[in-house]
Ligand binder design. Structure first.
Ligand code: ADP
Ligand code: MG
Length: 515
């Protein structure tokens, strides 16, 4: 293998399914299948004694050994530990995600040879802490994460590629305004973008990290369980094994209801056995509020972009849950447009990430970029200050949400007393005026301030949002001649030595450990 060969790889690390794509020798994105021959891999990990099993087998084990299985780790990204204890162990969510990524890596290497550079996707709505956790997951899986990219942006790039937009370099083309509606397994994202020739500009973005296909599954589980209780006076949700099995059956039935008017769900518990029939109408009735939540977010995002439905050319649907007819009907009704399903719902995001990877590799080789991306930040960034009258912790917003990035904001802090040597700045993300209702990104400690500074000396702190939504902090103290140190300690982030330890362990797992 020569060092010149570096494939352009993009990974959609999904809550429920993950997809790996590469650019072929003609620069077209293609999905690589996993060792089981599937185009997407369930993001599920089974910890079975010494063996770690990822994918379909792990998903099956959810019904029989739920205590050994971790799924949906993406929903917990940014938390210190995954919400469930597995075999008596607490794993950070990004470690579970790293096992999933490593399975994709091992399977892809067996087909195309070794590689390490990748682009991984994140929901546009992910805050800085979750973005960092995703990059760390990639690192622990043995990758070099060249960049992270927002999922709707990736979907729009894949769409643009199929439409041939990226090929007519910079021509002063017509502008297409598209809304990307992405409803996956665990997250919901809406993004309004402008595509002009090969330029992709995000105008506004919003979403809900706690809304996805899972919630529809849950409603179906409840419908079936209630019917079962009426027949047999016991609740299959009480027992983890019965509940796990019911969940799988319901997810299946949900897919059936996308194409058929009714589905029947088998349910066994305490020796009773029933097939419970659910109609699409019942299912739609039981989930109407969920669809309404997405409608609300769509309207909000359009407004934030300063647009009207008439200004939009298309609504692109991505994510497996957009196959539900109720979603399509709602989109049609609220936008007055036929939703666009021309990009493959499950693969577009990975394809866009591979195109982004190709762009970065081209750039490193000195080639002109085939397209340009401009993003906005999805959450306001602020620093915590004390309200002098109420003594409450307040969020002083520096960079409001939906600001085009990269962007830099400065804030001048003043030292409180004479000869103060350090300043502590707490950085938060969120829209609330109260700091306690926002997410803490981290604490920035400015150390080694010059000696004998008078009280009230200015310390200028610069917050820089990179194009991928990651934050950098810089400090400037006028008249300082010595080096000022800034240490940005991130909330809930694994220390470097842990990351390295996990990387050695996870990326060292052999394909035989990896079914
Ligand atoms: P993520 O990116 O969050 O992993 P995906 O885009 O892969 O999610 O979508 C997975 C979700 O889509 C799951 O909740 C799955 O049940 C749902 N889904 C897939 N196909 C269908 C279908 N035909 N009808 C309804 N839901 C579906
Ligand atoms: Mg997805």
């Amino acid at each position: 293998m020569t060092s010149e060969f570096t494939p352009a790889i993009g990974i959609d690390l999904g809550t429920t399914f993950s997809v790996l794509a590469r650019l072929d020798d003609k620069g077209r994105p293609t999905t690589l299948v996993n060792a089981e021959g599937e185009r997407s891999t369930p993001s599920v990990v089974l910890f079975d004694n010494d063996e770690v099993v990822v994918g379909r087998e792990a998903l099956k084990a959810m019904a029989t050994e739920p205590t050994k299985v971790a799924d949906g780790s993406k929903r917990d990204m940014g938390q210190r530990v995954y919400h469930k204890v597995i075999n008596g162990k607490q794993y950070p969510p990004e470690v579970i995600a790293a096992f999933v990524l490593n399975k994709l890596r091992v399977d892809a290497i067996s087909q195309i040879g070794p590689f390490s550079k990748v682009v991984i996707t994140v929901p546009a709505y992910f805050d800085e802490v979750r973005r960092k956790a995703t990059q760390d997951a990639g690192y622990m899986a043995g990758f070099e994460v060249m960049d992270i990219i927002n999922e709707p942006t990736a979907a729009a790039i894949a769409f643009g590629f199929h439409q041939g937009f990226s090929r007519d370099h910079g021509s002063p083309d017509q502008t297409h305004r598209v809304m990307v509606y992405d409803l996956g397994g665990g997250t919901f994202d809406v993004t309004v973008m402008e595509i002009t020739g090969s330029r992709y500009t995000t105008l506004a973005t919003d979403g809900d990290v706690q809304l996805g296909g899972y919630d529809w599954d849950q409603r179906l589980v409840d419908l079936v369980a209630e019917a079962f209780i009426r027949q047999h006076f016991c609740d299959p949700r009480e027992d983890p094994i019965a509940a796990g099995k019911l969940w799988r059956e319901c997810e299946d039935a949900k897919r059936t209801l996308s194409t058929r008017p009714k589905a029947s769900v088998p349910c066994d518990y305490r020796g009773f056995s029933s097939r419970i029939e659910i109609t699409r109408e019942q299912f739609e009735e039981a989930t109407r509020d969920l669809v309404d939540r997405t409608r609300f977010t769509m309207c909000q995002t359009l407004k934030a972009a300063g647009l009207d439905w008439n200004d939009l050319d298309r609504v692109l649907l991505t994510g497996g849950s957009t196959r539900m007819p109720m979603v399509r009907a709602m989109v049609r009704q609220v936008s007055g447009k036929e939703p666009d399903t021309s990009v493959a719902a499950d693969e577009a995001v990975a394809h866009g990430a591979a195109l982004r990877a190709g762009l970065l590799l081209d750039k490193a080789r000195g080639k002109p970029p085939a397209f340009h991306i401009r993003n906005v930040n999805s959450h306001s960034l602020g620093v915590v200050g004390l309200d002098p009258t109420t003594k409450r912790r307040r969020n002083g917003i520096l960079i409001p949400r939906n600001t085009p990035i990269p962007v830099t904001a400065k804030r001048v802090f003043k030292t409180q007393k004479e000869n103060q040597r350090s300043v502590l700045v707490e950085v938060v993300e969120g829209e609330s005026a109260s700091a306690d209702e926002c997410t803490t990104v981290g604490r920035c400690t400015i150390k080694n301030l010059p000696l004998h500074l008078p009280a009230g000396s200015p310390v200028e702190v610069q917050f820089h949002y990179s194009p991928n939504g990651r934050l950098k902090v810089r400090v400037n103290v006028p008249h300082a001649d010595s080096e000022i140190e800034t240490e940005f300690t991130r909330e809930n982030s694994l220390p470097k030595e842990h990351l390295d330890g996990w990387r050695r362990y996870i990326s060292g797992l052999e394909p035989t450990n990896y079914r």
